[in-house]
Design a protein around this ligand. Sequence first.
Ligand SMILES: [Zn+2]
Length: 248
Amino acid sequence: MRRAAIYRIQRLFAIIGFAAFVGIVLIVARIANVGFSWEQFPITQNVVLPLPVPAPKEQIALISGHAGFDSGAICADEEGNTMLTEAEVSADIADRAAKLLRSAGMDVAILEEYDPRINNLQVDALVSLHADSCIDASGYKAAYYLYSTIPAEDARLVDCIDLYYPAATGLTQHANTITHNMTEYHAFRKVGPTTPAAILELGFLGGDQELLTKQADRAARGVADSIRCFVDPPDPTPEPSPTATDAS
Ligand SMILES: [Zn+2]
């Protein structure tokens, strides 16, 4: 029995030794470039195992309107004390929307109004979040760059906002007040030419205050759903709304 075991071990070592010898011969032949046409057997193809490549995450940027710069629009009481600012409303909703998008598997950066990262920014979508003045009016509005180099893509982003933001918030479009401040928004000029970008006025600090403060999750859901519609279009692709590109 013991002799048989020793014999098996000897045979095993003989096989290993032979395999090693063949390997050394092949390596020497490879180095000396003799034998086969080695180009047909590139080392990398033989050595690198095909690993599943994870799908790249969608890169999203949100500008928290006025952050790091000023307060934007304000609501004040009779004594002139500031009660609510556009900057704080935008920051809160940007934060909530970012969480929703991250939980949907996206990479999200929240940028300040004049964040240096806006320069030549290359992402799958940029949406700048603002709110309108503290007057007794209601409605949201979205716009893209008047001089866009990718107007079809930008229009599709605004179309997604026009579909999903009102659905989540119950707000209606306040399109007749879209201004040059929106269509010639500073960040539009700065982002990379292939970055789809839009500016969204989330509602009025006055008439929509309840929604923007106490129901901020609804507004954030509207922002996140709009962006998801754009980067991961539902089937069937949403019909463009006729007023979405009206940026006059
Ligand atoms: Zn603003």
